[in-house]
Ligand binder design. Structure first.
Ligand code: ATP
Ligand code: MG
Length: 383
């Protein structure tokens, strides 16, 4: 009888041909989180990953890996030989005295002599016999002991829910346009949960925006890095381009032009990083500038796909995720981001493409050099 942590996965289990690839990536990502524990060994089990250890604390290990994408559940388990006597002893060892319990059994190995209900009945009887006063309750049990019979048998009664999704680094790289708001960190989290590696880009408008505003974005990026290992933040000075816009164009187009230049610069950075997509926190209709017309006008300046995982989500739903991932409290700190500062009073919410292009033409010559300069002068922060 051996104590292990059992990692079960959700969506990866549905993969066909390339399931092994996803399993290996998940195993590597878990190993990376646990490399400081010399006694830990990670083994691929049967549609499971087993974490073996000698003296490490189980809860501490769980804490280290609970945010790794691809994990549906982490269970404190016993591994025993697939023999009824051992299975009974294992279940009895996990039973918590005094609780009304239920045994749930599954057979991965259909050649096993007993059916799942027979296993449950047999093991339940054993626990009852050895614990006078114990009671079975299949409707509202206080403890559920799960048994999975395979080549060896896993028995567990305590599981922690993971974040599911797909393992990091299986989904290419995306460049996240990260502002200090509530939405873009959530957008980054959602793409990271699909296995995307992330780089983040923040456009800052110093001295119009404060040091605190940038610090806030750095803190958000750092928090995101725990979900997207290796995430670096590119801080791009955007003031000169904004001043150029204000000087040359109709202020009603400021928001859309800023957005178009942000996308252009983000795409250039994405090409340097060999990223395959841009990611924004836009949600349709959330603010006046997030209309289909505006989205069309911003998409038009780049060739990379622009992923907008929040596009169909309600603000309250987004806030719920922000709270869950620990970015909300930082996002609501009251420091202006550049867009709030340079927002026109009456923005064009449904900009016509030809008007946008006509406005942009007035600044295009100057902008080319300014974009290049902004990229050259950007600062890269790693965590
Ligand atoms: P957020 O809550 O993410 O700031 P928002 O609702 O304030 O979003 P907008 O200000 O319209 O929305 O910005 C839309 C998207 O553009 C953001 O979600 C973000 O991806 C990107 N963005 C806006 N401002 C910046 C910035 N200063 N630096 C980087 N990206 C930005
Ligand atoms: Mg914002």
């Amino acid at each position: 009888m051996k104590k292990v942590l059992l990692v079960r996965y959700g969506e990866i289990a549905l993969k066909g041909q390339n399931r092994k690839y996803f399993e290996d990536m998940l195993k590597n990502n878990i190993a990376a989180r646990l490399k400081k524990y010399a006694d830990v060994r990670i083994k691929k089990g049967q549609a499971r990953i087993e974490i073996h250890f000698e003296e490490s604390d189980m809860d501490e290990l769980i804490d280290c890996i609970k945010d790794v994408f691809g994990i549906a559940y982490i269970s404190k388990a016993l591994i025993v030989p697939s023999v009824m006597q051992d299975i009974c002893a294992g279940a009895a060892a996990l039973y918590e005295a005094g609780k009304r319990f239920k045994i749930e059994s599954r057979r991965g190995d259909k050649s096993f002599a007993l059916t799942s209900p027979e296993i449950s009945a047999h093991v339940g009887g054993y626990v009852l016999k050895n614990n006078p006063g114990a009671e079975v309750d299949v409707r509202a049990p206080q403890q559920v002991i799960e048994i999975e019979v395979r080549d060896t048998t896993y028995i567990y009664a305590q599981s922690v829910k993971g974040r599911a999704g797909l393992p990091t680094a299986t989904g290419g790289r995306g460049v996240l346009l990260l502002s200090g708001g509530i939405d873009s960190p959530v957008a980054g989290y959602m793409m990271a949960s699909r296995g995307m590696s992330l780089s983040a880009v923040y456009f800052h408008s110093s001295p119009y925006t404060s040091v605190e505003a940038q610090q806030k974005v750095e803190n958000l990026a750092k928090r995101l890095e725990s979900f997207a290992p290796g995430l670096a933040l590119h801080v791009v000075p955007f003031t000169a381009l904004q001043e150029c816009m204000i000087e040359h164009t109709d202020t009603r187009y400021l928001t859309i032009l800023m957005r178009r230049y942000m996308m252009r610069i983000a795409e250039k950075i994405a090409f340097q990083l060999r990223a395959g997509a841009l990611i924004t926190g836009e949600s349709l209709g959330q603010v006046a500038s997030q209309t289909v017309e505006s989205i069309r006008a911003t998409n038009a300046v780049c060739t990379l796909p622009v992923l907008r995982p929040l596009i169909g989500m309600d603000k309250l739903q987004i806030i719920e995720i922000a709270k869950d991932i620990g970015t909300f409290e930082t996002s609501i700190l009251p420091y202006e981001d550049c867009c709030a500062l340079f927002s026109p009073k009456h923005p064009q919410t449904k900009p016509k493409m030809e008007n946008v292009e006509a406005q942009e033409a007035k600044m295009a010559d100057a902008a080319e050099g300014l974009m290049q300069k902004a990229i050259e002068e950007s600062q890269i922060i790693r965590f």
